[in-house]
Design a protein around this ligand. Structure first.
Ligand code: AMP
Ligand code: ZN
Length: 484
């Protein structure tokens, strides 16, 4: 099935089809600036990036994805060489550590968080500091293609030279008179011009050699260079939070296309913000919430993930603590059902009734699930489907009206759903589940025994043992016990 996603560049739904001959979907996700603990809004962003990749894989695509780690050059005001210090250096000063240690500390924390929310979005996590030569190459191309100019403080991109500037965000150069928006220094030609390379003072902590003297890269150039370096000049999908759209992504397009002469990203996917008290999260207002805070208050990080999935990624989500209670209850509802199904599938006898009323049509549910996600990552619909299944089968389960065979099918279905969700635990099942494969061997063995074909029956027993179960014949039929 094909994914249809909202493309923020064209403002329309677009079917995802690979643009490169090898059929691989190349995705670049703007990642964290590793200078402080991420808030739950940032985490929404990482979960959406993960959801996109997992959905594509679920729908049968082959994906190569990159999420960058920004560990240099993200200035407080990202477009000026002089205005605003590097966020990494501010953190280094605050914590009395070197920028390298700050980066290592928060990169590690970032990965720990990904683990806690069971997100594994990327095949590569390039660090900006490791790709400075690639950035210098792109800047050199931009200069020779006439898109960049040098000043005393650095190299700037001249937005007026790039005719498509503003196509993504609608912030066209014509709208803003030079100097109108931000008091530009004389050396910058236009208000939207942005820095590609900053010439560093001697004492600046992070600096590299370049054709323009020692310095460090601007933030936007990092993503253009790393995307090109790891994925090529034209990628399928670029993602980011909605605040990244301007100026960051607008500038990425200008740089990438200015350097390569080719279209940079086919589809742009932007997630909406998570708000607290209806506003942007801010430390000063006490609304800067971290995953640790969620855990400290007794909630699971996966309940937070459930909360996120109840809202479509392109809708704003206002976080309130009471919503975490309902999210916890919701996730527990799914988990309890799964636990009961697991218990059914490992029961020694199968006394559940099997009739057409309690049969599960896995194929139909799989299709509905894929459809929900294929429709611009419709997690609220996918979750609603999960509850529809629970509402239908839980009463049967409670009244012992569900056969083991159906239980196994439901479990397989939920397992496939969870490859995308990553929020259900199948831990017990790992050790004890009778998979459909084992159940089929058991039925084949039953038939062989009825036909007194003991050679085949012994052969099948060996195959069942190989799958981790001992099988004994009793008056009640064959009994399975997991081999420890
Ligand atoms: P940063 O580490 O500040 O560069 O942000 C990392 C990512 O989180 C960026 O892609 C932002 O667009 C995204 N982001 C920032 N704030 C929020 C928010 N409140 N909700 C969702 N995403 C956000
Ligand atoms: Zn980026």
């Amino acid at each position: 099935m094909k994914l249809r996603t909202w493309n923020t560049a064209t403002k329309e739904y677009t079917e995802v089809n690979p643009i490169n001959h090898d059929g691989i979907i190349r995705i670049y996700n703007c990642g964290p600036t590793v200078y402080s603990t991420p808030h739950i809004g940032n985490i929404r962003r990482f979960i959406v990036a993960d959801l996109l990749v997992k959905t594509l894989v679920h729908l049968g695509y082959t994906v190569r994805s990159v999420m960058n780690i920004t560990d240099v050059g993200h200035l407080m005001d990202s477009d000026h060489a002089e205005a605003g210090a590097d966020k990494m250096l501010i953190a280094a000063e605050r914590e009395k550590l070197t920028p390298e240690i700050i980066a290592a500390k928060y990169t590690q924390e970032f990965f720990a968080i990904l683990n806690q929310v069971r997100a594994e979005p990327a095949n590569f996590y390039p660090r900006a500091t490791m790709h400075v030569p690639a950035m210098i190459e792109v800047i050199k191309n931009l200069i020779s293609n006439g898109f960049a100019y040098e000043t005393n403080s650095g190299i700037y991109f001249d937005v007026t030279k790039f005719s498509n500037y503003g196509n993504l965000s609608g912030n066209t150069t014509a709208e803003v008179e030079p100097g109108a928006r931000i008091g530009i220094r004389e050396e910058k030609r236009h208000a939207f011009d942005f820095v590609l390379w900053v010439k560093a003072e001697k004492e600046h902590l992070m600096q590299w050699d370049s054709p323009w003297g020692r310095g460090y890269p601007g933030w936007h150039i990092e993503c253009s260079a790393m995307a090109q370096h790891l994925l090529g000049e034209s990628i399928d999908i670029h993602t980011g939070g909605i605040d990244n759209m301007f100026p960051h992504h607008e500038n990425e397009i200008a740089q990438s296309e200015g350097a390569s002469g080719k279209k940079f990203a086919n589809i742009w996917v932007h997630n909406e913000h998570l708000l607290v008290d209806g506003k942007k999260m801010a430390k000063s207002a006490g609304t800067f919430i971290t995953l640790d805070e969620i855990i400290k208050r007794g909630y699971s990080p996966l309940a937070f993930k459930f909360l996120l999935f109840q809202t479509h990624y392109r809708s704003k989500l206002n976080f309130i603590w009471s919503a975490m209670d309902s999210a916890s209850d919701g996730l527990k509802g799914i988990q309890n059902f799964v636990d009961k199904i697991i218990a059914l599938t490992v029961r020694e006898t199968d006394d559940g009734l099997l009739n057409s009323a309690n049969e599960i049509n896995s194929e139909e549910y799989s299709k509905k699930f894929a459809n929900a996600l294929a429709n611009d990552l419709g997690t609220p619909q996918a979750i609603a489907l999960v509850f529809e299944i629970i509402r239908k089968f839980n009463p049967l389960l409670e009244s012992n009206g569900l056969s083991k065979q159906e239980g196994i099918k439901i479990l397989e279905l939920f397992r496939s759903f969870d490859k995308v969700f990553g929020m259900i635990s199948f831990a017990e099942q790992e050790k004890t589940t009778v998979t459909k494969e084992v159940a089929d061997l058991v039925s084949m063995r039953e038939k062989a025994r009825q036909e007194k074909n003991y050679t085949l029956s012994d052969e099948l027993r060996k195959q069942i043992i190989d799958k981790g179960f001992d099988v004994k014949d009793s008056a009640n039929g064959q009994q399975l016990t997991p081999i420890k």
